[in-house]
Write a protein that binds this ligand. Structure first.
Ligand code: SAM
Length: 277
């Protein structure tokens, strides 16, 4: 590979990956849209629907970058709260208008209830872009940003209800450590969800996908971000990442139960899920 991963140390590899995301941070969102033709948005929506967070959920989004999963989580919980409130009001038909209005105002003051999402990423630049985006889009309540390494999370044991990692785990130097850390910070009963590029089993689609990845994506990287090498790295990291069954076994190895995965778009992407008991 152009980084010669076979010969570099873990520390050097971590540093190179950090450089990649530092250099792509500002163009990361536009590149994501152009590389996946916007489909990454649907994949992320599916992840959050699978999570189906209820009001009160405490989510840790690792390698959260520019906040896409966190913003979707907030939208989802807001709508769930809204539906909850409507149900509550319907079931209290004998309340006065004043009582209904007070109850509504009280609920609207905390549209997320006690839900919170912590975005954790190793890269300052990605977090900076995420924070600017949050400000621009009006997300603040229940959202925090933490600089940290997935392999050594700066959080206490048994803290979170859900752990997500979207398009992040393949960039982590020691996947086994990241999985152990995910297990440690989840509460018993907590859920692990990983959205990641994976492997296509259909040989024809796989060939077309390879052509697109190796011939088109680095060119897009050069044209849009002036950065051929970073996008070549992204493609290589996808190819080097363990296939679905292998990742499933690694998640089980970390201690998770009921580990399963769902292929999206014939396996271009997969969502792995597991529970801490
Ligand atoms: N989750 C976001 C999304 O889906 O748009 C960002 C994904 S981006 C492809 C990968 C992210 O992983 C980058 O923001 C990078 O800084 C982060 N990352 C790489 N290695 C990491 C590590 N060891 N710990 C935490 N984050 C890491």
């Amino acid at each position: 590979t152009h980084f010669g991963f076979q010969t570099v140390t873990e520390e050097e590899r971590r540093e190179k990956i950090n450089q990649v995301f530092e250099s792509v941070a500002k163009k990361y969102d536009v590149m994501n849209d152009s590389m996946t033709l916007g489909i990454h948005r649907v994949w992320k929506d599916i992840l959050v629907h699978k999570m189906n967070p209820s009001p009160g959920t405490l989510l840790l989004d690792v390698a959260g970058g520019t906040g896409d999963i966190a913003f979707r989580f907030i939208n989802y919980v807001r709508s769930a709260r809204e539906r909850q409130l409507q149900r509550k009001l319907r079931s209290h038909q004998n309340l006065s208008w004043q009582e209904i209005s007070e109850s509504y105002q009280e609920e609207q003051c905390k549209p997320l209830g006690d839900s919170q999402v912590v975005v954790c990423d190793i890269n300052k630049e990605m977090l900076k872009v995420g924070k600017q985006k949050a400000q621009y889009l009006g997300y603040s309540e229940g959202l925090s940003w933490v600089l940290g390494n997935a392999e050594e999370l700066p959080f206490n044991d048994d803290k979170f209800d859900v752990y997500t990692i979207a398009f992040g785990i393949r960039n982590v130097t020691r996947i086994d450590l990241a999985l152990q850390e995910a297990y440690r910070v989840l509460k018993p009963g907590g859920r692990f969800l990983c959205l990641e590029f994976s492997h296509v089993s259909n040989p024809v689609i796989s060939r077309l996908y390879d052509l697109y990845s190796f011939q088109v994506i680095p060119v897009l990287g050069e044209v849009i971000a002036g950065d051929w090498k970073s996008y070549q790295y992204l493609v290589e990291s996808i190819r080097r990442f363990p296939p679905q069954e292998e990742l499933k076994a690694m998640i089980e190895e970390a201690g998770f139960f009921k580990v399963d995965y769902q292929n999206l778009n014939l396996g271009i992407v997969a969502i792995h899920s597991g529970f801490k008991l």
